[in-house]
Design a protein around this ligand. Structure first.
Ligand SMILES: [Zn+2]
Length: 393
């Protein structure tokens, strides 16, 4: 582990609310005891340097040589031991896998030892020469993408959910990350403050603040902008997380449901349709009460009603014909459609979101490229009562 990784692990836990440069400086201040009268080597460094150390843009190699002889792990131990117990437990949970012999009884001591060894190790390294630098592939804050990140990357489609920038970049044969882990609610927050903010915003990001449900990946710039924790930041990030999780859940749950043989490529996309479909007369509207199933969304209701009036009879005929030919089993399709609807209905989605998700699902499972045809089929099943519940008058 190098300094940048160490600082990035600790920042959300004990440094939330402070800038990363201040935080990096604070870490060094607490492990270095400089007895001399002169300005301490810590104060001589600019805040820009501390930021670069934190981000990993600059190694602490040279700096570690300057401070090595003043490193006093017991002061850092006190610094950690003075933290609230919750914060110490959070440190234990994230560091235990990196520090051999760490238990919940020696958190401060082992964290201090780790920091000392990071400084010592850096001080024995050779500085990167100019030539090495030139030969080096440029790395943008480059940790190789770790396994635990896959879920989070998948959740946001590898794009920053705030600005849309790509979060991973291929350099040579490696995928390098260009993102930072951000805790939505800082794990070190006092529980009364946490409850207050959760109540004000109306979103709770799960119980375990170290869990993935409390994490987001953001690009460097957006991470900088949202670095100092506040209620507004929480509000913004928590809402994004809710949306991302909703989208991922939707896709995950219905991905499993097949649709019979791709409904024969959506009944061959109506391509064999020679005659104009038998339109239903307005008089028959009474029979086709889409309004009872979609009471609140006028736009969706009108769209679905239009498709039903125009195509319902035709699709019905096609289903019958395909079934007679042994190409599909209508009951099976009906079941799959309702299964898909029910999975979506259990989630917190509105009717438009359900309709859209079903169209996408149908398109994906049937491999049919014709989007309007898929919409018409879902509209058919709204009318046929597999999608949406009829609300009695
Ligand atoms: Zn961004």
């Amino acid at each position: 582990m190098d300094f940048s990784e160490f600082a990035k692990i600790l920042h959300p836990i004990i440094g939330a609310g402070s800038n990363v440069d201040d935080f990096a400086c604070e870490l060094f201040e607490n492990i270095v005891e400089y007895p001399g009268q002169d300005e301490s080597p810590i104060d001589k460094k600019s805040m820009k340097s501390y930021k670069a150390y934190y981000l990993g843009d600059r190694k602490i190699t040279a700096f570690s040589k300057e401070i090595r002889k003043y490193v006093e792990p017991t002061s850092f131990e006190r610094y950690i031991a003075d933290m609230p117990e919750e914060a110490q437990m959070s440190i234990y949970q994230v560091l235990a896998e990196h520090v051999s012999g760490m238990t919940d009884q020696n958190i401060a001591e082992k964290t201090a030892e780790l920091f000392k060894s990071i400084i010592y190790e850096a001080s024995t390294k050779k500085r990167t020469s100019k030539k090495d630098k030139e030969n080096k592939v440029p790395e943008a804050n480059s940790l190789v993408v770790g396994e635990k990140d896959y879920y989070l990357l998948d959740e946001c489609n590898s794009s920053c959910p705030l600005c849309g920038d790509k979060l991973v970049k291929t350099i040579g044969e490696n995928i390098k990350n260009r993102y930072r882990h951000v805790y939505i609610m800082p794990p070190s927050i006092a529980s009364y403050e946490r409850e207050e903010i959760e109540a004000a915003v109306g979103i709770k990001v799960g119980d375990n603040l170290l869990a993935i449900s409390n994490q987001l990946l953001l690009c460097e710039d957006c991470a900088d902008e949202n670095e100092v924790f506040s209620k507004d930041v929480y509000n913004r990030l928590a809402n994004i997380k809710v949306e991302l999780m909703k989208r991922k859940n939707t896709v995950d749950t219905i991905d499993e449901i097949a649709v019979e043989e791709g409904i024969n490529l959506i009944l061959k996309s109506f391509t064999e349709m020679k005659d104009a479909p038998i339109e239903i007369k307005k008089d028959d509207l009474e029979v086709f009460r889409v309004d009872r199933k979609i009471p609140d969304n006028i736009f969706l209701r009108e769209t679905v009603t239009g498709m039903v009036l125009r195509y319902y009879r035709h699709i019905e005929d096609l289903f019958k014909r395909y079934e007679r030919l042994g190409l599909l089993r209508f009951n099976k399709i009906k079941n799959e459609i309702s299964q898909c609807f029910e999975s979506l209905d259990e989630q917190d989605l509105n009717q438009q979101e359900i309709f859209d998700a079903m169209v996408q699902w149908l398109q994906k499972q049937s491999k049919c490229k014709n989007l309007p045809a898929c919409e018409i089929i879902i509209a058919f099943f709204v009318q046929n009562c597999e999608v949406f519940y009829e609300i009695a008058e």
